[in-house]
Design a protein around this ligand. Structure first.
Ligand code: MN
Ligand code: MN
Length: 343
């Protein structure tokens, strides 16, 4: 029998009054050796089995608060493909972040919430007509456990089945969308396209445009379909604080889905994506905007459109991993009194 490596630190040690010890790598392969879904433990950033933020890999959602999963899907891109490799790249980049709690937040979300890596969703790209239903079915199975989801795309079409699955649980959702593109262009609805799904989602009533905000837009669409649009230029001119105030006043406490298309960032900060558009937002600014949304009624989250083949020095993957962690912090901000229930 293979012995589990002895753990030199425990979650209890990590939550004690004394500061955590960071001068040793006492853990290895936390994705499978971690004993608790809670807490932050250090592991060599360059080694070990990859999971998002070194969370436990599990298909068992008992006791979980948030399930992180990948959707290695890029069939509906309109320009450069490759974001089927996004989940893997984001997991790898997250190993650089997993030893410490997220900068800028006053708490460690992993002390409030049990977060597991659920692995990747499965589908057969040889049956494109079945993919949307298959994804929706799998996400619904997770959502039915009363578990929030953080989806790692995959192209932005993945958000469509995710929204439908969560709308089944929570009713019509407000959408908070960071993106260079509105993704509300019209088509006949029979196509897989990462630029039209929010048009259909709004028509079907699973998202409410008047409660929704699109942030960072810088491509032309003659129709807004009632969405509240904040262009990248608007954000730059008015600033972070005004953007936060505007989004908060639109969304209020309505159940919300937050989606981050990585091309919302300027290509200088996120070159590794399929449809880059210059003149975008700064990573530091969008992090500040996300922090400013604390306390909103967020139900589910995603980061999509990371295409590692076009990345440089893991810039995009690291931005995506950091923003995904920020989204977990944002979700955790709703539960300030949530305490450790196991150790
Ligand atoms: Mn986009
Ligand atoms: Mn998009």
């Amino acid at each position: 029998m293979i012995e589990t490596p002895k753990q030199t630190k425990t979650i209890k040690d990590q939550t004690a009054d004394e500061p955590p010890i960071h001068d040793e790598y006492g853990e290895a392969d936390l994705a499978i050796t971690r004993r608790s879904p809670y807490g932050t433990l250090a592991e060599a950033t360059y080694a070990g089995i990859l999971s998002f933020m070194r969370r436990q890999y599990s298909k068992d959602l008992t006791g979980a608060d948030v399930a992180v999963f990948g959707v290695p899907f890029d069939i509906s891109v309109s320009n450069r493909p490759g974001c089927r490799f996004g989940p893997r790249a984001i997991r790898q980049a997250s190993s650089m972040l997993a030893w410490d709690r997220a900068w800028g937040w006053s708490f460690d979300p992993f002390e409030r919430l049990a977060v597991v890596d659920y692995g990747d969703l499965q589908f057969d790209p040889g049956y494109p007509r079945e993919i949307a239903d298959r994804l929706q079915e799998q996400i619904r199975e997770i959502a039915e456990h009363d578990v929030a989801t953080l989806m790692l795309g995959g192209d932005h079409f993945c958000t469509y089945p995710a929204i439908k699955a969560h709308a089944d649980q929570h009713g019509p959702l407000a959408l908070i969308q960071f993106d260079a593109h509105s993704d509300t262009w019209r088509d006949n609805g029979d196509r897989l396209d990462h630029g039209t799904m929010f048009y259909h989602a709004a028509r079907e009533g699973v998202i409410l445009p008047e409660k929704s905000a699109q942030i960072g837009i810088r491509t032309n669409n003659p129709e807004s379909h009632g969405f509240n649009i904040f262009s990248a230029d608007w954000v730059r001119e008015k600033g972070v604080t005004a953007t936060i105030e505007a989004v908060r006043s639109i969304v209020g406490q309505h159940p919300a889905y937050i989606t981050f298309d990585i091309d919302g960032l300027d290509p200088a900060f996120a070159p590794g994506t399929g449809t880059p558009v210059v003149g975008g937002m700064h990573t530091g600014d969008v992090r500040a905007i996300i922090r400013g949304l604390q306390g909103l009624n967020i139900k589910a989250m995603d980061v999509v459109e990371v295409s590692p083949a076009y990345d440089v020095g893991e810039v995009t993957a690291l931005a995506a991993a950091t923003l995904a962690l920020d989204l977990i912090c944002l979700y955790a901000s709703q539960f300030p009194d949530h305490k450790l229930t196991s150790s």
